[in-house]
Design a protein around this ligand. Structure first.
Ligand code: NAD
Length: 415
């Protein structure tokens, strides 16, 4: 993927929407930078007895609408600017989804594939100890993201609870159901993506039962998008990929077999249920819906011209650079922007936090129903704003979100 700085992308997107909104200068200035940024270095004992120092970040971008909320990544290429960008997008995401949170994000520079399970647990606990004074159920609430999972969340919740001497399930979301997680959290991001694709197809008159789908990234978001787009919308998934490469079958892929192949071999690349394709080839397939579900900067000025999809549903955060965005819009591609498209995860995280605070838990069908309502409303707000103002969907999503955050900042007397 290209070297575009994601935080500069986030700032450029904000600037574009601020111009259309004629945003007050003081609000615009305040929203261009995070309110708080923490960089921690902490020591972890490895299995061979040696000590290693790990670097972690936590960014609390803006908390005008409520405690900051956002995932944690364990990634060898994690940078402060990536975390800042993701924290900014969380601010817009919680606002557009209408959940009472601000935006935050965190990460640890590490390669979980090179850590044993015991080392992964010590890194997870070490990171939480290092930031424990800065987070909490009313302050800042982490969640899973790239290369972190419910088990990591369980260790982190446990470490925070021990350090504070209380049982505090609401400090972190995305936990296993047995320790306070919500039903329906596992596939919530993808389910939200699917609801927005359904709504976009209604607006554009795309018959989904005849639609072909290509998905880049076959992790949590990508795999569940693949299963749910078939199960709920009756579409055909013709291509999937991951960091190792992709696979294409014009008649549709066997999603479960591809998952099993990835589990056994570490990648979908080499799966014999279709022909091998590269990630770049996948992004250029003639499909109704392209779902980038990997990492940022997948679509750039170098490959955006080759996109041949009617709809790009951004399950990933920041998959499209501003130049690529312009090219896609010029070519009439309907983009469901990331912080709207993938807001299902944070929405069910919010449901989890509400359930934790009430110590009263909902059924899966209740969670799905509430999620559908929130995503459908968020999509309608953005789509109608885009139509009214004659702007692209991303700018419209920014406008809806910025107005909510700016109003809260004004009412609090910050600007
Ligand atoms: P994950 O770690 O489960 O999966 C990531 C997938 O992307 C893996 O299959 C990996 O091989 C693939 N990948 C990594 N680098 C790639 C590359 N250069 N080219 C092609 N594929 C590549 O992560 P996830 O939780 O599924 O997150 C994926 C995206 O969705 C991220 O942008 C994340 O921020 C976003 N997202 C996730 C959630 C969630 O709840 N999981 C919520 C909102 C947004």
């Amino acid at each position: 993927m290209s070297e575009v700085n994601p935080f500069e992308t986030a700032q450029q997107q904000l600037d574009k929407a601020a111009k259309v909104l004629d945003l007050d200068k003081s609000v615009h200035q305040a929203l261009r930078e995070p309110m708080r940024t923490f960089i921690v270095n902490f020591q972890v004992k490895l299995d061979d007895g040696s000590m290693k120092t790990f670097k972690g970040y936590r960014v609390q971008y803006n908390d005008a609408l409520g405690p900051t909320k956002g995932g944690l990544r364990f990634h060898p290429d994690e940078t402060l600017d990536t975390v800042k960008a993701l924290a900014a997008w969380m601010t817009w995401k919680t606002a557009v989804a209408d959940v009472p949170y601000g935006g935050g994000k965190g990460g640890v520079v590490c390669n979980p594939k090179e850590l044993s399970q015991a080392e992964l647990e010590r890194v997870s606990r070490g990171y939480i100890r290092a930031i424990s004074n800065f987070i909490g159920p009313d302050k800042d609430i982490p969640a899973p993201d790239v290369y972190t999972n419910p088990q990591v969340m369980a260790w982190m919740m446990d470490e925070f609870s021990k350090s504070k001497g209380v049982n505090s399930p609401g400090v972190i979301t995305g936990k296993p159901v047995e320790v306070g997680g919500s039903e329906g959290r596992g596939d919530a991001t993808a389910r939200g993506v699917i609801y927005t694709i359904r709504e976009a197809a209604k607006e554009l008159g795309i018959p989904l039962a005849e639609a072909n789908i290509a998905i880049q990234g076959y992790g949590n978001a990508g795999y569940y998008c693949a299963t749910l787009v078939q199960e709920l919308l009756d579409c055909t998934v013709v291509a999937v990929s991951d960091s190792g490469g992709g696979v294409y079958n014009e008649n549709g892929l066997d999603i479960e077999a591809a998952k099993e192949f990835k589990r056994a071999n570490g990648s979908v690349s080499g799966f014999d249920g279709g022909e091998a394709i590269t990630n770049q080839e996948l992004l250029g397939l003639d499909v109704e819906v392209l779902i980038p579900a990997a990492i940022e900067n997948a679509l750039t000025k170098d490959n955006a011209h080759s996109v041949d999809a009617d709809v790009v549903a951004e399950a990933a955060n920041g998959p499209t650079t501003p130049e690529a965005d312009d090219i896609l819009c010029e070519n009439g591609v309907y983009i469901i922007p990331d912080f709207l498209c993938n807001a299902g995860g944070v929405t069910v995280s919010y449901f989890e936090w509400v359930q934790n605070r009430n110590r009263y838990y909902w059924s899966k069908s209740e969670v799905y129903e509430r999620l559908d309502k929130k995503m459908t409303k968020a999509f309608a707000d953005v789509h109608s704003r885009a139509q009214e103002e004659g702007v692209d969907n991303r700018t419209a999503a920014y406008m809806v979100s910025i107005e909510k955050v700016a109003q809260a900042m004004k009412l609090r007397g910050w600007v």
